[in-house]
Design a binder for this molecule. Structure first.
Ligand code: PLP
Length: 394
């Protein structure tokens, strides 16, 4: 086990030095954007050598690119895995990980409330290719075990998820899956590598929507897949190279820049979120708060066991019987922006009521008094002023 200081020194090294070979580019502090599609070979020996390992050499930028490789190496080190790949979106990374480990006739077990497009991948996409799935309440390992079949190949976790923050016991899931030869994978976007490292519990593939905390500035869509050299090579040679959902070097450079401040940003988001939650929990218009480290959270003990922190995403159910008042409350918030995504500099709300009354779309299961908050990097007192004033409408 690393001590706190050792691990923060390790983090500083990764974010400032790792994979940055400045002698290659005039001792520049910021790595260059190697904006090229292809690379020339001085002779046939170099040609043959490059083609023996396209994942780590420079042949063609659909495979590897020096700017992208700096990012890949930092991400692998942050998650404590041997290697990593990046994709043009989190959805692309998730799809590559699942598709890369199933064939027709196989079965996937997934925790019951994953990110909506992860659910769509299993329900609408893989079902067309003869891959079955079961969604399961992952709060107990017995439920997961009961859902496993002889043809189960993948156990997909998302712990916590990003609306109600349900958790799965990562060590128990990894041990169970390993005993049955099942590949485990997790969407780790909620925690970021700063607050949870699933590979340290034995999880095989760690996925991120890097669009959220990793890039952190709401200006790039990016996906991350971390795993063993063998697993990464397998997915690289098949899903990455054939489906081709790569990240370009310019976006990679932006994400490298985002990573420089990752520990500071998630810590600030967390501190501000906890400060606002403390104010909310004593407010008469608040019915319930969802946040993995909140004293009311049903899986608090498990969350504390496997997470070092929580970050800035939480949900609140407000106390009102009047939909019009709820809408007025949402409209009165001026400093929080109403938008999807999270993990950037800006504070956001996603109100469930926004999903009601959309033609052709069924109303969501969550009650309309429910709002997901993301707390960004602004002054929390400035945000609270806005929220407190808006709550007068309730
Ligand atoms: C946003 C998100 C995704 C999808 O990532 P994109 O980068 O938008 O493709 C997957 N999982 C979680 C938890 C997310 O929040």
């Amino acid at each position: 086990m690393h001590s706190q200081m050792e691990s923060s020194h390790h983090l500083s090294h990764i974010l400032t030095h790792l994979a940055e070979d400045r002698e290659q580019y005039f001792q520049a502090i910021a790595p260059p954007v190697i904006q090229t599609s292809n690379f020339a070979f001085p002779n046939l020996t170099a040609f043959r050598e490059a083609f023996s390992d396209e994942l780590h050499s420079h042949v063609y930028s659909r495979g590897n690119n020096p700017t992208v490789e700096i990012l890949r190496r930092k991400l692998a080190a942050l998650e404590g895995t041997e290697d990593a790949l990046v994709f043009s979106s989190g959805a692309g990374a998730i799809a590559a990980a699942v598709i890369g480990n199933v064939k027709a006739g196989d079965h996937v077990v997934c925790q019951q409330n994953p990110y909506s497009w992860t659910s769509a991948l299993l329900r609408k996409f893989l079902s067309r290719f003869g891959v079955e799935h079961t969604f399961v309440d992952g709060s107990s390992i017995a439920n997961i075990e009961a859902a496993l079949r002889p043809n189960t190949r993948v156990l997909f976790l998302e712990s916590p998820n990003t609306m109600t923050y349900e958790c799965q016991d990562l060590a128990a899931c990894a041990a169970l899956a390993k005993s049955r030869g099942i590949v485990t994978m997790i969407d780790n976007s909620y925690c970021s590598p700063i607050y949870q490292n699933p590979a340290s519990f034995g999880i095989d593939i760690v996925l991120h929507s890097g669009t959220k905390y990793l890039n952190g500035h709401s200006d790039v869509v990016v996906g991350v897949l971390c795993g063993s050299s063998e697993m990464v090579k397998k997915i690289f040679e098949s899903e990455l190279m054939t489906l081709g959902g790569i990240l370009g070097p310019h976006d990679a450079a932006l994400v490298i820049r985002g990573l420089r401040t990752l520990p500071l940003r998630v810590q600030r988001s967390q501190e501000s979120a906890q400060w606002i939650i403390e104010k909310l929990e004593n407010h008469p218009k608040v019915e319930r708060i969802w946040y993995p480290f909140h004293h009311s959270f049903p899986q608090l003990e498990l969350a504390k066991k496997q997470m070092r922190g929580c970050g800035g995403l939480f949900s609140v159910q407000f106390k009102t019987d009047d939909m019009e008042k709820m809408e007025a409350f949402i409209h009165k918030m001026e400093r929080f922006l109403m938008a999807v995504s999270w993990g950037g500099h800006e504070s956001l709300i996603i109100p469930t009521i926004g999903f009601y009354n959309i033609p052709g779309r069924p109303a969501p299961a969550a009650p309309w008094q429910f709002v997901r908050f993301y707390i960004g990097l602004e002054d929390p007192a400035w945000l609270w002023e806005d929220l407190e004033r808006a709550m007068e409408a309730l």
